[in-house]
Design a protein around this ligand. Structure first.
Ligand code: SF4
Ligand code: SF4
Length: 317
């Protein structure tokens, strides 16, 4: 998959779920659905940059965006996409319109406890089977709250009906009055490692064939004691990676640097890697932080560095 630049595209705030660990408040998730451009306008705007993009669509829940399948179809004529989704909406039109070879990965969050409140398992399994049967690269993850870790085998049994092994995704930030991942207990961490090892084995062939996804949860076992700071590290964000907002505004990742607006035709990327001066998503920090071998080759070096900085032993996967 050859692309010039990757974007973490925050397509919308709105979501039909209310997971307790979501980064967004219930008010934000309840935002009225808004479309700031038609699929063809988005397509023309990205084409006009003269770059080939890998657009990671996230939210909120991307699949509830109006004309979502049409948007993905239009974008994938020239660009590549990936996405986070709760797989709660029918995806028939998406699989009919989109070429799976233009999709880097779909990270499907199996929000186990939220689904119990909404009876959402059947539609999730149906969508998962459909995506797999059409050849879309599907990763299924479970946000590893302590209670989700305690019931992980229950969730795994449900997903086994579609031949899926779930990947535990590290819980980051504030949850139930505690700060994670620091608040994990040792039994939580042991459970996490055990389930991560099962997932690594299950996805081995996909990882060998397609490489690691940008949202690389397989490295989360190295973050069980805390996240490293990237401040001052040389990073390609701004040049090979940016963050795009719902209206097309482009920032480095967490700001403050602004690189114009894609829809307005004013996007200009940075000319070179620069030291990290902001905060962003750990997965993109890992991917775009420069090291001795360049941004794509630093993963193992990065984790050695993480282990040094936070004083944890590396655990075999
Ligand atoms: S499905 Fe995702 S965006 Fe929606 S509430 Fe849950 S974590 Fe938040
Ligand atoms: S290291 Fe992370 S937070 Fe810092 S500039 Fe790069 S992507 Fe952004």
């Amino acid at each position: 998959m050859q692309y010039d630049i990757e974007a973490d595209w925050h397509l919308l705030n709105t979501c039909n779920y209310r997971c307790g660990y979501c980064f967004f408040t219930a008010d934000t998730l309840g935002d009225k659905l808004q479309m700031h451009a038609s699929p063809q306008q988005w397509q023309s705007a990205f084409d006009a940059t003269d770059f080939t993009w890998l657009l990671h669509m996230t939210g909120g829940e991307p699949s509830i965006y109006p004309l979502f399948a049409e948007l993905c179809e239009a974008l994938t004529k020239r660009h590549f996409i990936s996405m986070n989704s709760n797989l709660s909406r029918p995806l028939q039109s998406f699989v009919e319109r989109v070429d799976p070879s233009r999709v880097s990965f779909i990270n499907a969050g199996f929000h186990f406890e939220e689904r119990e409140r909404r009876s959402g398992n059947a539609v999730f399994l149906e969508n998962a089977r459909l995506l797999q049967s059409k050849g879309f690269p599907l990763l299924v993850s479970i946000v590893a709250t302590p209670s989700a870790l305690a019931r992980f085998e229950e969730a795994a049994d449900i997903l086994a009906q579609a031949g899926i092994v779930p990947i535990p995704k590290i819980l980051r930030g504030s949850y139930n009055g505690q700060r994670f991942p620091e608040a994990y207990t040792e039994p939580d961490r042991d459970r996490f490692r055990k389930f991560a090892a099962l997932a690594q084995e299950s996805y081995r062939e996909m990882l060998n064939t397609s490489g690691h996804p940008s949202i690389d949860m397989f490295g989360d076992i190295h973050l069980l004691y805390g996240e490293p700071s990237f401040t001052g590290q040389l990073c390609e964000a701004g040049r090979r990676f940016v963050n795009i907002g719902p209206k097309g505004d482009v920032i480095r990742c967490g700001g403050p640097t602004v690189y114009g607006n894609v829809l307005a035709g004013t996007f200009k990327r940075a000319k070179r890697a620069k030291p990290c001066n902001t905060g962003g998503c750990i997965y993109f920090c890992q991917k775009y932080t420069s090291g001795p071998s360049g941004p794509q080759e630093t993963r193992s070096g990065f984790f050695d560095w993480v282990a040094d900085v936070i004083g944890t032993a590396k655990h075999p996967v």
